[in-house]
Design a protein around this ligand. Structure first.
Ligand code: NAD
Length: 313
């Protein structure tokens, strides 16, 4: 029976540290603010918005909500992003995706100031990760917190995409060895599959990326030491596709008609074969939100440190 990779537990630990960092900034009169921008009324985005609002409470991050109607013009969205970029109260901006189809999401994402791109999806943030120039490359295994212990704040002005970074943090928290392992990532989106593949490569896994055009998915997944699935297809990963002792990370989210949330993996059958497995809900999701809060406080710390290098810590 697999050991559960408990995202809720890890997220609480991360939020405790964020809370301490927020309190420290509070001593200097600094309030940490997170901008949340929702365009339209996508139900999954609303759910994510509510979960994020709830998660801000414990660490004391002030949430600033912005809601635009589904029929808004791209010009109005851009104007709002520009005003948030200049808003001193807001250290990071999360824009919920997908945007309505008419709106070019990449254009909008790239207008978010890199210093406030705490979802790490702008071209600069993704490019730095791909070019070995992001904070991910200077983090040592398990050393994320000491890097930000107070006296040293890395000057890199880009943040890591929250979901893939959350996956890596979850694996490392449970001592799962990545180096030298064969990781198979299912899904190649810019938000999840692609940056996760890059991160696993940085950690020196051998990485295979599968997607909807992959012929014979089972052939590839059967070879995996670590399986990371991010497709949104319920039951895609079945027990006969998983080798004994594999580590299974389920990133997918599917909301069933009765409101139940399930992932991509046939959990009940696969947990009997895997060595570690994430539940859905309670696995990657909470850590994703914790990463968002962590990136937000880092942004506030960086602004403070750059203005007052001698008094932080
Ligand atoms: P997406 O639609 O952009 O990408 C889906 C990917 O799945 C594509 O690359 C596609 O090629 C691949 N795919 C589709 N059908 C496939 C098949 N039959 N076989 C193999 N690959 C297939 O979605 P996304 O934004 O990457 O999100 C993926 C899933 O992860 C969704 O369910 C989303 O809700 C979830 N998600 C979860 C979190 C979290 O925090 N847990 C965060 C972001 C996204």
């Amino acid at each position: 029976m697999a050991q559960i990779l408990d995202g809720r537990k890890l997220s609480e630990k991360i939020k405790d540290k964020v809370k301490a960092d927020v309190a420290k900034l509070g001593q200097y009169g600094i309030e940490v603010g997170l901008g949340l921008l929702l365009v339209g009324d996508n139900p999954a985005s609303k759910q994510y918005l509510n979960a994020t609002l709830h998660a801000c409470v414990k660490p004391g991050i002030k949430a600033h909500q912005f809601k635009l109607p589904d029929n808004v013009s791209i010009n109005e969205v851009l104007n709002l992003v520009h005003s948030i970029n200049k808003d001193e109260r807001i250290n990071g901006l999360l824009m919920f995706l997908p945007l309505p189809k008419r709106i070019n999401a990449r254009r909008v994402i790239n207008e978010i100031a890199p210093d406030k791109d705490i979802d790490g999806l702008g071209s600069l943030s993704i490019g730095r990760l791909a070019a070995d120039e992001s904070t991910f490359q200077i983090f040592k295994q398990g050393d994320y917190e000491s890097l930000y212990s107070g006296e040293f704040i890395p000057a890199v002005s880009s943040y890591l995409p929250c979901t893939p970074f959350g996956v890596i943090r979850l694996l490392e928290h449970y001592g799962v060895e990545i180096k030298g392992k064969h990781a198979v990532v299912v899904g190649k989106s810019l938000a999840v599959g692609k940056p996760l593949s890059l991160m696993l490569l940085v950690k020196e896994a051998t990485v295979t990326v599968c997607h909807r055009e992959t012929k014979d998915l089972k052939y590839f997944i059967r070879q995996a030491d670590i399986i990371c699935s991010a497709t949104g297809i319920k039951g895609l990963i079945k027990e006969d596709m998983v080798k004994d002792g594999a580590v299974v990370v389920d990133i997918g989210i599917n909301v069933l008609e009765d409101g139940t949330i399930v992932g991509d993996v046939d959990f009940a059958a696969v947990e009997k074969k895997a060595s570690f497995i994430t539940p859905v809900p309670g696995g990657v999701g909470p850590v994703t939100i914790a990463m968002l809060l962590e990136n937000t406080v880092r942004s506030a710390q960086k602004g403070h440190y750059m203005k007052h290098p001698l008094i932080i810590g």
